[in-house]
Design a protein around this ligand. Structure first.
Ligand SMILES: [Zn+2]
Length: 157
């Protein structure tokens, strides 16, 4: 007579596992992960951040990216000023509204384009922010000079 390896129940010769233990182990190893287990893993690390992700964040040149973001903000402000054709002071409401439009567009572009999987590429985000701010401010700037050129042309006639 031999005995079951798991519960010690007596078995016919040459068997190591009783039917009950065999079925239980089969279910444990073949059933999909329960919803609770999946949920617990997700809550403990929702963005699935690994150690190498943290190394990436640390490798990122912070002062440069901060400079890019700051430059982008200044460009937004300039864009807002250009948008009202420099007729208002830098701190007037219309200039701030123009700067906010530029800021929101640049931020959205950075948010959408700099995402890799579920995590952020901080250095890429700051570059995209600066470039988009440059583009929107440039658009406002070109728009302002185009309008003034048209007005001059209308005056001259
Ligand atoms: Zn057993």
């Amino acid at each position: 007579m031999s005995k079951c390896l798991y519960c010690g129940r007596e078995l016919p010769p040459l068997q190591t596992l009783c039917q009950e233990c065999y079925e239980r182990r089969y279910i444990e190893t073949h059933s999909p992960r329960s919803l609770f287990e999946t949920l617990r893993d997700f809550v403990s690390n929702p963005l699935n951040i690994t150690d190498s992700d943290w190394e990436d964040v640390n490798r990122f040149p912070a002062p440069l990216a901060i400079a890019f973001c700051f430059g982008g903000l200044l460009l937004c402000w300039f864009g807002g000023w250009a948008r009202v054709r420099y007729r208002y002071s830098l701190f007037s409401g219309v200039v701030v509204v123009g700067a906010l439009i530029c800021f929101v567009v640049s931020l959205l572009a950075a948010l959408v384009l700099a995402r890799k999987k579920l995590r952020w590429e901080w250095d890429t985000a700051s570059v995209i922010f600066l470039l988009t701010a440059c583009g929107v401010a440039g658009y406002f700037y070109v728009g302002s000079s185009a309008i003034s050129t048209l007005l001059k042309a209308a005056h001259a006639r």
